[in-house]
Every structure is written in structure tokens, then in C-alpha cells.
Design a protein around this ligand. Structure first.
Ligand SMILES: [Zn+2]
Length: 274
């Protein structure tokens, strides 16, 4: 049976999915990935019976900026060891050639392609970092250098040091709102309120500048936060003047949740290696 593998190499985790010629994707789970040198071994574990060698193609989503020209990773604040290496070599020592590398947020957008047909759709992932991507007329919109959608590194004020080297980036300020075990209820409530306020400010810019038909919300933060989507969309509407609320897009959750990146990577591989 023909199948394509999708791997999502996040800041701390690796997830894997398979897509076939027809039918639904098969999501195989995720594991912690502390070192890239374990990538092949961990991927093989997740594939449980399916082998990388038998795949018609492999897509790898990475938490980093992937060059349009070379498919190499230019910068990865959460996984710096990805820069200037050949991900294909980590998986195969050169024996596998049908491998494509793409930014993880772009993979997440591709996972929404079937649900977003004909729409100008923006996908925003709220996790360790903030990933953003867009589909325009069903195709990935990547920008001139593959760096479209770096919403997480837009300045929102504040003094939190970002892993990109700047201060006050949206994703650094949002991370400062993460709740820790030592926080009391009052502190946790204040942090959640601040998180939604900052996130809505960023999404509000996206809505005003790009005028998307829909905003797909993904990433790990919404998974552990009931009503995240409703709270976010309500807060975004407060940033849009009442006279212009007709520009508000539809907000919806990502179709494949924590597997958006790996499903999208597999779909990308299928679109190329078929
Ligand atoms: Zn930054």
C-alpha cells in the first residue's frame, strides 16, 4: 500500500502521521525528542511497523525558518541544532532521497487545505512559539524568502527577551504569561487574561492587514484551555471598530489538533513524491 510519512520536529517533541492515497490520515503519536541525533530512531519507533524506506515520500516539518531557495533551515530559535544540517541525512545517511523539509506552521496550513478550499485562510499556532501561515487559493503563501508570517516576532512592547535576540516580541511576551505550578489562582487568572489580550492584539493585526476569510487556531496552548477559541475571537472583535466588524473572519480550531504539522508534512510529501 502506498503511504507517505509526515514528521513534525517541534521544539521538544516529535510527532508522526501517515497519509495514504485515499482516506483519513493515520496519526501515530508523539515522543520527546531531546536530540536530533535520535531522530531516525524515534521516528522508526513511532512508525511501528511502517518503515521510512517503504514510504513513497517523507515530509518533515521543522520549528524554524526554511529557505525557499535551498530548503535548509536558516534560523530555529527553539531547535538551533537544525541550522545548516541536512535533515535528510539525519533520517537516512543519504539512502532516502524523497524527503522535503518545510516550516512547521506552513505544514499546519497544508493540513487545512481540504477544509479551506477557495478561502484565503490563515493558520496561527499558539505553542512554545507562535507560528503563522496562509493558504491563498489553495496554495501556500510563503513570502519572497519563505519567511511569511513571523507574527511571533512582532514587537508588542514589554521587556521579555526573545530567543530571536530581540525584546518585546509577541511570543516572548506570551510565554511570560504561561502559568507555573507555583502560581496562585489570582496570578493564573491575571496571566490568562493578559495572554488573551496580547494574542488578540496580534491576531487583530493579522485580520486588519490581511483580511482573511478564516483564522484557524492550532498549537498546544488551545488544547489545554477550554473555550480558548471563543475567548480569543471575542477579544479580537474588540480590536476592530464596530463600523468595520464585517471584516471579522470565521474562527475555527485546527482540524488535526496536535497532528496538524505531521499531517501537513505528509500531505506535502504526497503532493511532491507521487
Ligand atoms: Zn523574537
Amino acid at each position: 500500500m502506498d503511504f507517505w510519512v509526515g514528521l513534525d520536529v517541534g521544539g521538544t517533541k516529535l510527532s508522526a502521521s501517515l497519509v495514504f492515497r485515499d482516506g483519513e490520515p493515520l496519526n501515530l503519536g508523539y515522543v520527546n525528542l531531546s536530540s536530533l541525533s535520535d531522530l531516525r530512531e524515534k521516528a522508526s519507533e513511532l512508525l511501528c511497523g511502517y518503515s521510512l524506506e517503504d514510504a513513497r515520500g517523507i515530509g518533515v516539518g521543522v520549528a524554524g525558518w526554511v529557505s525557499n531557495a535551498s530548503s535548509s533551515v536558516l534560523f530555529s530559535p527553539h531547535r538551533p541544532e537544525l541550522v545548516d544540517i541536512q535533515v535528510a541525512d539525519l533520517l537516512s545517511n543519504g539512502s532516502l532521497t524523497c524527503i522535503v523539509v518545510e516550516n512547521d506552521a506552513n505544514c499546519a496550513a497544508l493540513a487545512e487545505a481540504d477544509s479551506s478550499l477557495g478561502l484565503f485562510s490563515v493558520t496561527i499556532n499558539f505553542g512554545t512559539g507562535i507560528g503563522m501561515s496562509a493558504l491563498y487559493e489553495g496554495r501556500l503563501f510563503k513570502g519572497a524568502d519563505g519567511l511569511f508570517g513571523e507574527l511571533g516576532h512582532c514587537y508588542v512592547g514589554g521587556s521579555s527577551l526573545c530567543e530571536c535576540g530581540a525584546t518585546g516580541c509577541l511570543e516572548a511576551e506570551l510565554r511570560s504569561c504561561f502559568i507555573s505550578e507555583s502560581d496562585d489562582i489570582e496570578t493564573a487568572t491575571r496571566k490568562k487574561s493578559r495572554y488573551i489580550e496580547l494574542a488578540a492584539r496580534g491576531v487583530g493585526w493579522v485580520v486588519r492587514i490581511l483580511n482573511p476569510a478564516e483564522v484557524v487556531v492550532g498549537g498546544g496552548v488551545p488544547l489545554g484551555w477550554s473555550n480558548f477559541l471563543e475567548e480569543l475571537s471575542l477579544e479580537v472583535s474588540r480590536y476592530i471598530p464596530s463600523s468595520q466588524r464585517f471584516v471579522l473572519p470565521v474562527f475555527r480550531n485546527a482540524t488535526y489538533k496536535e497532528y496538524s504539522g505531521s499531517v501537513g508534512a505528509a500531505l506535502l510529501a504526497r503532493s511532491i513524491f507521487d
